[in-house]
Design a binder for this molecule. Sequence first.
Ligand SMILES: C[S@@+](CC[C@H](N)C(=O)[O-])C[C@H]1O[C@@H](n2cnc3c(N)ncnc32)[C@H](O)[C@@H]1O
Length: 245
Amino acid sequence: MIAMNEALFDPVAAHYDSWYDTELGSLSDQVERRLAQSMFKASGPKVLEIGCGTGQYTSWLLQEGYEVTAVDISGKMMALAQKKIAALQETTPQAKPVHWWHGDITEILDQLETYDGIFSMTAFEFVPEPETVLQKLFSRLNPGGCLLIGLIAGESAWSDYYEEAARRKPASVFARAALYTKEEIASWQLGVPAEIGECLFFPPHILTEAEALALEEERAGNPGFVVARWVKGFKQKREPAAGCR
Ligand SMILES: C[S@@+](CC[C@H](N)C(=O)[O-])C[C@H]1O[C@@H](n2cnc3c(N)ncnc32)[C@H](O)[C@@H]1O
């Protein structure tokens, strides 16, 4: 299982970040990032990032002042993240050191500590039995902590786009992705209801940036990207029963 998943992103690691240099990649990243970053607020410094990839969000988490433990199953993706973060730490001496953990999240659940926040962008599409894994992760949250995942949404123009890419190129990572609708994600039972954020209302085949941003504002149709957040409540302090001391 590890070897199979690891092989998935290792071959694409070297050109993974080039997506963000394309017009479509930069625009979709802009709207997804704005939504995810606005919804993530850990209750303290300790944050676990799952599927850190090349460190696209690890740098943001560090800039926010969090102490990050970054997990990824792909050694090649993680090596690029380490390089990116080393450069950031040279210019941002207050950035805390990252604890890098090369492994499959499904295999290290029992070794996790507890965290004030758990963050994952575009990784749970590749994690089997996401509901079960998320339930276990939720149990590793400190009171007040927040678990947030961002996912490409099923039944959208974007899932059509990735499914078509997978059909054309069966070796593509998207051939191995499971894309869930916002209703499916919201139905996962973590013990508290999911708060759902939606974005990417423009299709992948847009003409101009202005057109895309107008569609994004309109918010019509199914979103191409969903962010789900589950927040762990604080346990109520029990009042002593009358007559007890
Ligand atoms: C599409 S990339 C996203 C990377 C980064 N979060 C971003 O937004 O750019 C998905 C990442 O999740 C990692 N991943 C997939 N399955 C995983 C698993 N079971 N455990 C840990 N990481 C996993 C992949 O290796 C890959 O780096």
